[in-house]
Design a binder for this molecule. Sequence first.
Ligand SMILES: Cc1cc2nc3c(=O)[nH]c(=O)nc-3n(C[C@H](O)[C@H](O)[C@H](O)COP(=O)(O)OP(=O)(O)OC[C@H]3O[C@@H](n4cnc5c(N)ncnc54)[C@H](O)[C@@H]3O)c2cc1C
Length: 427
Amino acid sequence: MKPTSPRPQSAVPTSRAIQTETLPEEEFWQDLLKVTGGATDEQLARLVIRASSDCRDWMRQHGVHFQASLSGTLHLSRTNAFFMGGGKALLNAYYRSAQRLGVQVRYNASVDALDLHASRFVAARIGGERIEARSCVMACGGFESNRAWMREAWGQNERGEWPADNFLVRGTRFNQGVLLKHMMQAGADSIGDPSQSHCVAIDARAPLYDGGIVTRVDCVSLGVVLNREAVRFYDEGEDFWPKRYAIWGRLVALQPGQIGYCVIDSKAVGRFMPPVFPGTKAEGLPELAQQLGLDPTIFMKTISDFNAACRVGSFDHTVLDDCRTEGLAPAKTHWARPIDTPPFYGYALRPGITFTYLGLKTDANAAVHFGGQPSGNLFVAGEMMAGNVLGKGYTAGVGMSIGTAFGRIAGTSAARAALDERACAAA
Ligand SMILES: Cc1cc2nc3c(=O)[nH]c(=O)nc-3n(C[C@H](O)[C@H](O)[C@H](O)COP(=O)(O)OP(=O)(O)OC[C@H]3O[C@@H](n4cnc5c(N)ncnc54)[C@H](O)[C@@H]3O)c2cc1C
């Protein structure tokens, strides 16, 4: 099950009812191409994009409700649809629907391994139990919750740190990558770089697992972000937040101590969804530096240099506006306004992993491949194959879009494979 989320989660269908406008296929594709830097399979990506435009009726048939985007979910009303009740309500609706169709659900049942005959699925193993079936869909997440594997994937940096030791996992603790590793060892083709993931800068006070969406800190583009040395390190206003939020976890991961500090002033308040924990608040900037544990002299220089470099035009957070810095490195290219209006707020940030991109190679039927050949009855969906579409980067909602599109494809393929085998057995 997905973690409880009091805020709605998003998918990316393209029809009008819930969104303010449609998102054309080509624009979605160009966004994906840009954020992945070309590390995507165009055929599979377009399949996801097209499926996202007609999945909503199917989702509704299975009890999913949508709602309009909330105010503060900036820049998303055109591109994203929101599930009423968030991910948990979505999953509960699907479970209810599956139950009505006669599907038996085993909770608290961790699959340790699959029995295969060459590339064909034979049975799943759960402890001492063996469950045979004509076909199988694997949809058991990435390996983001496996701290040892994450440590190995990220290795040691030039400062002698093991960055992954400071990562937090936004979702379930159960995505240990058990079947992903098992399948790779069994000869399934894999795709993706193990160090690439959807990684968001989240509140450093979030728990190790399951902090959920409420620990995300969404005010980066309205302020500045400093590292442990109290200096800025990246353009906070590079692009709209939904197109950039998923790079900030990685940016923080590359900083000393894997920590960052987002600083805003009262002009930003009310313009973003506040995280569940209130920020550190101070009437003066030196006091804020002190409370955040940052060197006040360097902190004040960083903020004054930034403030002096701001060329404020017409501030508008809904467009790529003309408020930018001049003569500052790194620049802030949009929404740059001096941090000068108390009270001031600071949020310590840590990398929050949502899901990893290393996965199993697949095709338009969602088949698992062995030596370039598709299995006839073993399929894969969701995070376990998301790396086929997302080699790196992210654009808001594409995670659920991949899961929904490939969940349906894998289910259809598995049903077809099971029926074919039954027909063969009967002949
Ligand atoms: C906090 C948070 C916010 C998010 N927000 C968004 C958003 O707004 N929009 C969006 O598009 N995406 C979002 N995502 C991503 C989205 O939730 C995932 O892309 C999607 O849930 C992936 O589905 P999945 O079925 O592949 O994996 P999951 O939903 O993670 O499900 C995997 C399931 O497999 C189980 N499992 C793992 N190993 C085994 C095993 N060996 N045997 C049996 N079961 C196993 C796990 O317990 C889990 O229940 C968010 C994710 C998180 C964590």
